[in-house]
Write a protein that binds this ligand. Structure first.
Ligand code: SAM
Length: 345
């Protein structure tokens, strides 16, 4: 059950750090809006009274856009919010931040390919926190890695993929560490508290509202990626990763045993911007389930989510808002939260 109520200082701090660490340099509109919210006692009081997970900036801002509020005018947006508290509260309680970003596949793909290269047989992918399943469809996208020297390294997931994922790459021997092809995925499934149907009109509009205002390329990509998912229908089952993961891993293993031979291939649990929703203890428990199943873990999460990985980063890495990409507890790269950049370590 969700805990109700967040202290005033915690809500203010959350919006302040969202403005400074997450929105700054990526969305001036949300940076200004977050600063305005944290400075407004009435808005903070409204957020404090919500269940803890419901007071977060991405959710509030998505809800405002859902109601057609001009988020680029913070004063007007706050006035509207305080005049329509009940309507906004209902939206916040009904919906959650399920931002689904196909471009995160671009920052996970090198890790997936590295794992495939080490593995005798195909992969089975189990994505926890899969939303509408866009990050299960590695082979549906066209990866367009921009190299430091201006050239592009293209990896085509499937012939004629209509959805391109541009990603600026750097780091030592960057080009040699990018794959030439998408590894074979023999079986895939997503697990989510609330699986989303990519063809549902309301779901599509909500996911569009979660894309940050200046990110027009992302909006267009989301629309086309959802069209692809609506056709391919990746399987995303309803469940909680803290309790329902082990049976899926066993199912994945059985499938690989059937198609590839006993013990061949590898099961990999993928996650992006998903473990953030768990408590530290729950994150540890999920990692234990993965290890006990003999599965691998490939993920990208914010730095506060898996602090042991941050401790393992090279000393010279700057502390910024980039996510850490890791494979089996080894940091591989830093990446922009929505997958537009990849700095290989
Ligand atoms: C921000 S979305 C990320 C979606 C996708 N991984 C991506 O990167 O585009 C996080 C997802 O995690 C799901 N989620 C949160 N807690 C969960 C849990 N305990 N078990 C399963 N899914 C969870 C949410 O419902 C949401 O769809």
């Amino acid at each position: 059950m969700e805990q109700t109520g967040t202290p005033h200082h915690a809500v203010r701090g959350r919006y302040l750090s969202f403005a400074r660490l997450e929105a700054a340099g990526s969305s001036r509109v949300y940076e200004r809006l977050a600063l305005a919210v944290q400075a407004d006692d009435a808005a903070v009081a409204l957020l404090c009274a919500l269940p803890a997970g419901k007071a977060q900036p991405n959710l509030l801002f998505g809800a405002l856009r859902w109601h057609g509020v001009p988020v680029d005018a913070p004063g007007a947006a706050l006035a509207w919010l305080l005049d329509h508290e009940d309507a906004v509260r209902d939206t916040l309680l009904e919906r959650s931040t399920q931002t689904n970003e196909a471009a995160r596949c671009a920052v996970l793909l090198p890790g997936l390919a590295e794992l495939a290269a080490r593995t005798d047989g195909p992969l089975a992918v189990v994505e926890v926190g899969a939303s509408a399943g866009l990050c299960l469809l590695y082979d549906a996208w066209r990866y367009r890695y921009a190299l430091p020297d201006g050239r592009e390294h293209v990896v085509d997931g499937s012939a004629g993929s209509a959805v391109g994922l541009p990603c600026a790459v750097d780091g030592p021997r960057a080009e040699r560490r990018l794959p030439d092809a998408v590894p074979a995925v023999a079986w895939r499934v997503g697990l989510d508290l609330s699986p989303l149907d990519p063809s549902d009109v309301d779901t599509r509009r909500w996911l569009q509202c979660l894309v940050w205002p200046e990110h027009v390329d992302r909006e267009e990509r989301l629309r086309r990626a959802l069209d692809v998912a609506a056709e391919l229908r990746p399987s995303v089952v309803a469940g909680d990763m803290t309790t329902d993961l082990a049976p899926l891993l066993a199912q994945a293993r059985r499938h690989l045993d059937d198609v590839a031979g006993l013990g061949r291939g590898a099961v990999v649990v993928t996650h992006s911007a998903a473990l953030a929703y768990l408590s530290p203890g729950e994150r540890g428990a999920v990692r234990t389930v993965i290890a006990e199943a003999g599965a691998h873990r490939l993920g990208m999460e914010g730095r506060a989510v898996l602090p042991d990985l941050v401790d393992a980063l090279p000393e010279q890495v700057p502390g910024d808002g980039r996510f850490v990409v890791s494979l089996d507890d080894v940091p591989l790269a830093l990446a922009a939260p929505h997958g537009s950049t990849l700095a290989l370590l």
